[in-house]
Write a protein that binds this ligand. Sequence first.
Ligand code: MOS
Length: 711
Amino acid sequence: MDTSIGIGNPIDRVEGHLKVTGMAKYSSEFPVDKMLYAQAINSTVAKGEISSIDTAEAKKQKGIVEIITYKNAEKLKTPDKKLPPLSTTSIQPVLQSPHINYYGEYVGVVVAETFEQAQYAARLVKIEYKKETPKIDFKDHRSDAYKPKESSDYSRGDVEAGLSKADEKLEATYNTPIEHHHPMELHAVIASWENGKVKAYASQQMINDAAITISNTFQIPKEDVRVIAPYVGGGFGSKLHAKQHVILAIMAAKKTGRPVQLTVTRHQMFTNTNLRQHNEQKVRIGATKDGTLTALAHETLSHTSTYEEFQESCGTVSKMLYKVPNNKVTHRLVPVNLQTPFAMRAPGEATGSFALESAMDEMAWKLKMDPIEFRIKNDTQTDPSNDKPFSSRLLVECLRIGADKFGWDKRKMEPAKNTNGNWLVGYGVSGASRAAPYQETSSKVILTLKDGTVLATIQMDATDIGTGSYTIIAQTASEYLDIPVGQVVVQLADSLFPVTPGSGGSWGAASYCNGARVACENAIKELKQKLNAGDKKMSVKELMTANKLTTYEAKGTAKPSEAFKEHSVYSFGANFAEVWVDKDTGMFRIKRMLNVGACGKILNPKTAFGQIIGGLTMGAGMVIAEQTRVEPNFGNFITRSFADYHVPVNLDMANVEVVFVPEEDKIANEMGIKGIGELGITSVAASIANAIFNATGKRMRDLPITPEKLI
Ligand code: MOS
């Protein structure tokens, strides 16, 4: 039993033993009676119409229970306008028409007694199409670019005037490719339908949002939908939203009258669970000789699908990170025949910071200024995009502390001057900021007193997507009830439990823990009130005993304060990278990285470290390997497995150090917590690209940076 009390200790994950012993049940693993297996079928054209469907051969196979296509699917709610914005709660109609919007779109589902039977029969369904010429690469269709309906365009001052006052100007374009989330656990669902009510074990990041999507798509009351996901093997944004496979499984369960399990295959994870879009970002910067920024423009061109709108706000970070009077941010989209992009870890910041922080490095070099001093020169304690003060902003401290620990003074300003045998050695830095949101969160605490020991059970619909939610919520309850962590049980991710915002946007830790805190505080307050105990200090055990209670329940809801709304609340950080580039082959190694974060109170240094190194690894992946390639004529993905979609391995990430600057931001929330799930990835790409420039003198503006680009 964990006898530690409270937050701040680097304790092991409370659910860790369940995971390593295989006892933790993921969505596809629940034992359900009379379960059927479903296999979805994907279109083999990117645009057109289904002209015929022949299921005869497939139906003849053993074990086949049902085959659903647009011809026999039930009618679902469909959007009433073109290009509705894709949100986490959007309806997800599927199999509603013969029209094909992208290669791999679901065109049918086979339901069988076994998984193998379903898979085999799915291949025997013959579908013919009337093909049309798809639009695939947005760069071939620039004239189709439009301003999104929910525009995030922004401007202050006059960028052109600011540029005309500059001594040095930079205009550069940066490209980040299509990437995929690929959590270890595939998207999966077991759906059943009983007495008009849906129950779904579904691997989702946000339980309440998933229930809303299901209820809206099937037009049934939300109270009749139960979503359960006690363990989620990663999401990175791909599981924020209940996608079409969830709807397919529920549809199949309704039609067959039996529970249906559907697992999205790794191949289908490329075509059916969204992606991070290819962004082309044009940055213009002006600065005077002393390093004062006079103008900054950040203009992004990207793509959405032909049926939904999603934009990754790459320019967001350029609005607020530096003090610059003249600023302009735009986003334009070209609809193409690919699935709709969606949020992937630090959507906007991870890609936008690559452009901004590379451009800042380029400008520093033009000015012959140290890139750290250039950033510090343009620091601000007021958010220039809305004139609100930052609740806390320790970016300068992150840069200074990092420089000191990293040995920045050993960096040579002039590129390609630091060599070691055949290696060119470079140092790079990047700043980082990520919003630290916090949302209304409810939870329930159930106290029991048995054999002289208090046990506390916390319930909320929060998820743990591998981040450590169970552990930090247990530590929070332990802190506010003043009992050992081992006496706290945390039950999550069931829509029967109180509503939370779920795991996304780096708001999980702050929201969940404050929600749990209020429930615990309410329990103590209520137990004291019953005794008229006033301010008297009493333990939970004393309170239960004095009240002659063996069990007691309390609820609580936490929400952002007025002070939160009056401030800009962000986490800040800096990443330092040392890169060695082989002179002849262009092969490079990330020798070491140091990440410094000022991200509020650290609830558990061990799980926090895990969050940051996870982000750093994903950020390094953006630079060294990750890229989804699309066939430009047919619109199918060429990278369709881990054999060709590469991610970093341990050897690529040899030496990583993480430092947290002590910070307790009581404006952010009562517990002083800021999010860290997305801060880590945000600064990595630019720091490595900048180190490569320092090593070689070659400016790499297109990710990933593969060796052939360096020779
Ligand atoms: Mo995150 S991209 O909000 O899971």
